[in-house]
Design a binder for this molecule. Structure first.
Ligand code: GLA
Length: 820
């Protein structure tokens, strides 16, 4: 029963205030703070629930006597000062021994004795850099507000919790604490949104200049999280083009650990904005883990620092290096929204909370809860070398295989025959496509496929009509040499006329044919950052203004074309973040399509992003990025744990492979909703599974990193199944090519068969072996606790129909279905 029915009250509130004490409560977490007599806001606790469901229920009744427990808790838990500490600063005579340096705070500004890393740094008009923001008021709202210049999380009330002791069934709530710097007449709204069902709390900060002087914001970060312990671990994700999301873990016993994108101008593959803070003993299934992210796509900064004694501080927000913002009187500045998901159930528990949050409160629009189509993309099949008939040939094969969407990638417009020209000229190249986009789309539709298109609207080639006509729209420093990336320049999205032009030209493209999908690419990082329209003293605003402009363009276009499925892309996963996901429900994960590399990359994403946001395709072998050959089944199994598609020349596959593709497509369609909307569990480095929300269905993946003879005692041990349920486990059976046994065929053949000779080929074509067949029925509790033993793998001696062929780089998918 939900809490409000149980208590017979009108609304279950997730934010409870008693005087100067505030409790933010989710299903399994509490966030607790109080206003100190000085006016500073002390951060007391964020983590495990401080109250049982029963105790919380009592608070909801709103009796003054019951609410007093909050003040008692704050009294018990808050930091106590009895004397000034050595050379520390005593904040004021009135507040006695209060030293900000050792207070866990909700917000630190520069200059008043908290010598740790601040959230806020302002240069005032008199040259002072000291700020002092103190509590003015707090208000709780049942409706969530949105930032005006940046994307925000939201709640449409469709995700409810019915499975916890707390059983919230109301929409998220918001607390706004207003602080004021009286000396300079500035105010700061700290906005907290509480999403109870996914154990997530978000924060943002809005600074208002209510004075008569302009000020310069040197930094306004989004998140500050103080911990009353040291020796925490920061996990961050780093890489480069085609090698995104490598996980790195650093223990911060003292000093500082940083994850940042300094000047790339995009959230970036060098450092993704998603990070985690955890206790060093946290594992996949146990221990305290905080998942932390920003709803932002520009340069970012996250740091965990510690004084080495008993305090640690995590901060995160817009990268302060290279940033400054002039705030005129009566203007405001919005910092991006920061996201925090906590779990005491380790990295896995945190990831699932974060996935639920991203799926319901970041991703939005028509496609949020809809199954995503299986696509074929022509990029790795043709690159720039295509025409209408080669595209239609590919589409025909795709249609035969049951694929649902055909995506025409780069090269369809202007003089775009390679990556030196054409960007900016969004007119169809009628030499390649004589019937135009419309004609091509109709033909593709007639084959039973939807039609999708690639664009890269933020960019221009010097060799383009757009650049020849509007050279001042490209980002460069006038009269100075500039650098290119992939032969292209960035358009100055800080300028409204450029934004308007792109909205207009993209609107024309998107409505020029029956377009169901758009891949929005962005293929270089920033250099020579400069806008002709910004005064010199505001040039450090450039990158943030670019993103405000880009978000405006994305907002307008997604509003205008609500049924189009948009996929973000930035030379793969170079701009994979919650800012993009606020507009586009999915993002291409990496330009590396090698299945083995992809296992690592997608596993990296899985810590902070749900499966149905990560584009993943089956491509040709040898793989175009690594020249590595993996089985088609492996490429499928890995891509199925993402927004699934193909990106290879299907017409050049053998008949057997074409059949295999059709079989994969049919299989994926059958289990698509579990893959796309199920709960995701990392089993070990090379195993993962998804479990439907009602725990009646699951699909598990096992990957063989390296096969060894006589060494297989594999059990399928699961996570997340319902211990009380009975399940039947079967494997996805695959065809085995007899050639995979090499010359071992001679141990069975009546005549000698020369390996790879004509006879070997004929036998392989006509004689197909089926892989082993698992059929196990057991309880969820057996599966979760010790697992079900699988048939043995080929181990160097003997082979029977129950033997699992499990070579290096092979995979198996297992279906686990409840027996009703
Ligand atoms: C980027 C993308 C690729 C492809 C090419 C086209 O590299 O990540 O998927 O679209 O651009 O130029």
């Amino acid at each position: 029963m939900v809490l409000r029915d149980k208590l017979a009250i009108g609304r279950v509130t997730m934010i409870i205030r008693n005087d100067n004490v505030f409790l933010l409560q989710t299903m399994n977490t509490s966030y607790f703070m109080q206003v100190l007599p000085s006016g500073h806001v002390e951060h007391i606790h964020y983590g495990k629930s401080l109250l049982s469901a029963g105790q919380y229920g009592e608070l909801l009744k709103g009796n003054a006597e019951d609410l007093k427990i909050l003040s008692d808790m704050a009294q018990a838990m808050g930091i106590k000062h009895h004397h000034e500490g050595g050379n520390m600063i005593a904040y004021s005579v009135e507040t006695g021994p209060l030293c900000l340096e050792i207070m866990p705070l909700e917000m630190s500004s520069f200059g008043k004795g908290d010598v740790r890393e601040p959230l806020l740094e302002i240069s005032h008009s008199d040259g002072s850099r000291t700020s002092d923001f103190l509590f003015e008021k707090a208000e709780i709202f049942d409706e969530l507000s949105e930032l005006e210049t940046l994307p925000s999380s939201y709640d449409d009330g469709t995700s409810k919790t019915v499975c916890s002791a707390f059983s919230f069934d109301d929409k998220a709530q918001q607390l706004v604490i207003t602080l004021r710097d009286k000396e300079y007449n500035l105010s700061l709204d700290m906005i907290y949104k509480v999403y109870p069902e996914c154990d997530t709390i978000t924060r943002s900060a809005v600074l208002y200049n209510e004075s008569e002087n302009k000020v310069v914001i040197d930094r306004l970060l989004s998140n500050q999280l103080d911990f009353q312990r040291t020796g925490l671990q920061l996990t961050s994700f780093h890489g480069r083009w085609a090698d995104e999301m490598g996980m790195s873990q650093s223990l911060c016993t003292a000093g500082k650990v940083v994850s940042e994108e300094i000047s790339a101008g995009e959230s970036g593959s060098r450092s993704n904005p998603f990070t985690m803070v955890s206790t060093p003993d946290a594992t996949e299934d146990a221990g305290d883990v905080y998942g932390l992210n920003l709803i932002y796509s520009g340069n970012h900064y996250s740091a965990l620092s510690s004084n080495g004694t008993f305090l640690s501080r995590f901060v995160s927000g817009i990268q302060p290096t290279g940033f400054a913002w002039t705030l005129e009187p009566s203007e405001k500045f919005e910092a991006p929204e920061a996201v925090m998901a906590y779990s005491c159930k380790g990295f896995g528990g945190m990831s699932r909370a974060m996935h639920n949050f991203v799926r319901k409160h970041v991703v939005r629009g028509t496609w949020r809860d809809k199954e995503r189509p299986i696509l074929i993309n022509n990029w790795e099949a043709t690159y720039f070398n295509f025409d209408q008939s080669s595209l239609l040939k590919l589409a025909k094969e795709a249609s035969k295989a049951g694929i649902e969407l055909f995506v025409l990638d780069d090269g369809w417009f202007g003089a775009r025959n390679d990556d030196h020209a054409g960007l900016g000229d969004w007119r169809v190249n009628t030499k390649k496509l004589p019937d135009g986009l419309n004609g091509l789309a109709d033909k593709i539709n007639a084959l039973g496929l939807k039609f999708g298109l690639w664009v890269e609207p933020e960019m221009v080639n010097e060799d383009s009509d757009l650049y020849r006509e509007n050279p001042e729209w490209a980002v460069r420093i006038p009269d100075h040499p500039h650098s290119l990336g992939r032969n292209q320049m960035i358009l100055d999205f800080t300028r409204k006329e450029v934004q308007d032009y792109i909205i207009d030209s993209m609107s024309k493209v998107f409505s020029s044919a029956n377009i169901s999908y758009i891949k929005w690419d962005m293929n270089r990082v920033f250099s020579d950052s400069f806008s002709r329209e910004l005064p010199a003293e505001r040039m450090k605003e450039f990158t943030h203004r670019y993103y405000m402009g880009l978000y405006r363009v994305m907002r307008e276009l997604t509003k205008k074309f609500p049924d189009i499925l948009f996929e973000g892309c930035s030379a793969g996963g170079n701009r994979f973040d919650l800012g993009i996901l606020s507009f586009f429900p999915q993002i291409w994960g990496s330009d590396d399509t090698d299945a083995v590399c992809r296992m690592d990359i997608q596993r990296g994403y899985s810590y902070g992003y749900p499966v149905n946001t990560i584009g993943a395709h089956v491509s040709a072998v040898p793989n175009h990025q690594t020249l590595h050959t993996t089985p088609l089944e492996t490429r499928f199994s890995v891509a199925a744990f993402g927004c699934f598609g193909y990106e290879l020349n299907l017409s050049e596959l053998s008949e057997a492979e074409k059949k295999q593709v059709a079989d994969q497509v049919a299989f994926y369609k059958q289990w698509r909703s579990v893959f796309q909307f199920g709960d995701y569990y990392r089993l070990d480095k090379y195993r993962a599974m998804v479990v439907s929300k009602d725990k009646s269905l699951a699909v598990a993946l096992i990957f063989q990193k390296e096969s060894r003879p006589n060494n297989d005692y594999l059990a399928l041990q699961t996570k997340g199944l319902d211990c009380d349920k009975l399940y039947r486990i079967s494997n996805r059976q695959v065809k085995i090519n007899i050639k995979d046994f090499g010359s071992l065929i001679n141990t069975m053949a009546p005549i000698h068969v020369k390996q790879d000779g004509i006879i070997h080929g004929i036998i392989a074509r006509h004689y197909k072996m089926q892989s082993e067949k698992e059929d196990i029925t057991t309880t969820g509790s057996v599966l979760n606790s010790c697992g079900a033993r699988l048939s043995p793998a080929y181990g160097g001696t003997g082979y029977g129909e129950d033997t699992r062929m499990f070579r290096t780089n092979d995979t198996r998918l297992y279906i686990i279905a409840e027996v009703k």
